[in-house]
Design a protein around this ligand. Structure first.
Ligand SMILES: *Cc1c(COP(=O)(O)O)cnc(C)c1O
Length: 345
């Protein structure tokens, strides 16, 4: 009855017809034997975009982050990260469950970790009672922070702080593309301060599957071992890698439209009675808005919207998330706005 407009996540994009044609023509090999040309092409290209020596194609961002953690930490080590970060919240505690790594988190509100935050956590002294603090992770843009950007200056300060203390650094850059587009700063500059970097193709870029872990030659050689034991060795993965390459060629620049649609949605939401923007205006493609408890819950609103074909996500009792992406136009955004107005009235 209603066309579905899916604002739940930027992962819901379907491969375009043109991208499906890429699957057909992709040159493939066996990537576990390390001879898939399309995988190599993507890995080389992304390593160079990120200014890293090497890169490895993996099935998901969760695996990419876990490998990043395993490259820096042994069992009994500890990582420091933001309290709302994807690594802490949405990866099943893989750092502990699989890597045997302890964690300490810091609440920042908007997801931007600064040196004063890290000073509060501190590095544990060398003492047999404690885990060994080994790694700092950042998330840019920050998912639960409403797509918040960590500025380059802050990245540099945080990574310097970590490296001066003998710690390593990992970037969860699932949406680093959005930071690059919103700031105009080269990807290599945003990635340079980190030892390892995860980027995802299945978010705003609109590829069906895939992420990359990048870093030094030595780290990526070891990453191949970790990927295999985690079950991420893929055979004719060139089909997927070619789609990711296509997305870099054809979808990256257009993602700026997602930011405009998110801004438009947020501007209107801010003016609707009983709605507010807890983290202010979006900087990229994620809009968070809170529903006044006097009106109802986030679940109530999401249900009403779904009944007219507009899908959003309740990510807290009062908090709704809407994410803009390739499969949503400015007209779809206007439809969503009217649906919100109707539901709230
Ligand atoms: C989506 C996402 C990931 C990875 O998720 P997968 O579903 O495992 O690909 C990692 N970090 C952030 C910030 C994300 O939004």
């Amino acid at each position: 009855m209603y066309d579905i407009r899916d604002f739940r996540s930027d992962t819901v994009t379907r491969p375009t017809i043109e991208m499906r044609e890429i699957f057909i023509d992709a040159a493939v090999g066996d990537d576990v034997f390390n001879d898939d040309p399309s995988v190599h092409q993507l890995q080389d290209r992304v390593a160079s975009m990120l200014g890293k020596e090497a890169a490895l194609f993996v099935p998901s961002g969760t695996m990419s982050n876990l490998i990043g953690i395993m490259l820096s930490c042994r069992p009994g080590d500890e990582l420091l990260c933001e309290g709302n970060s994807h690594i802490f919240h949405y990866e099943q505690g893989g750092y502990a469950q699989i890597a045997g790594v302890a964690i300490r988190t810091i609440e920042t509100g908007d997801g931007v970790v600064t040196v004063p935050h890290l000073e509060q956590l501190g590095v544990r002294p060398d003492d047999i009672h404690y885990p060994r603090t080994r790694l700092v992770t950042l998330e840019n843009t920050h998912n639960r922070g409403g797509g918040k950007i960590t500025p380059l200056e802050t990245i540099t300060e945080v990574c310097d702080w970590a490296h001066e203390r003998g710690l390593r650094t990992h970037l969860d850059g699932a949406r680093i593309w959005n930071t690059h587009l919103a700031t105009g700063i080269e990807l290599s500059r945003l990635a340079e301060p980190f030892d390892t970097v995860n980027v995802c193709f299945s978010k705003g870029l609109g590829a069906p599957v895939g992420s990359i872990i990048s870093g030094s030659h030595e780290d990526i050689q070891q990453a191949r071992r970790f990927r295999k034991v985690l079950g991420g060795g893929m055979r004719q993965a060139g089909i997927l890698a070619a789609a990711a390459t296509y997305a870099l060629d054809n979808h990256l620049d257009g993602m700026i439209a997602d930011h405009m649609n998110a801004t438009r949605l947020a501007e209107v939401a801010a003016e609707i009675e009983h709605l507010s923007l807890p983290l202010g205006m979006p900087e990229t493609n994620i809009v968070l808005f809170d529903v006044d408890p006097g009106w109802g819950t986030a679940g109530d609103l999401v249900q009403k919207l779904a009944s007219v074909g507009v899908l959003m996500l309740a990510i807290g009792p009062q908090r709704v998330r809407a994410v803009t992406h390739l499969d949503l136009t400015s007209e779809d955004t206007e439809v969503a706005i009217e649906a919100i107005r109707g539901a709230m009235a």
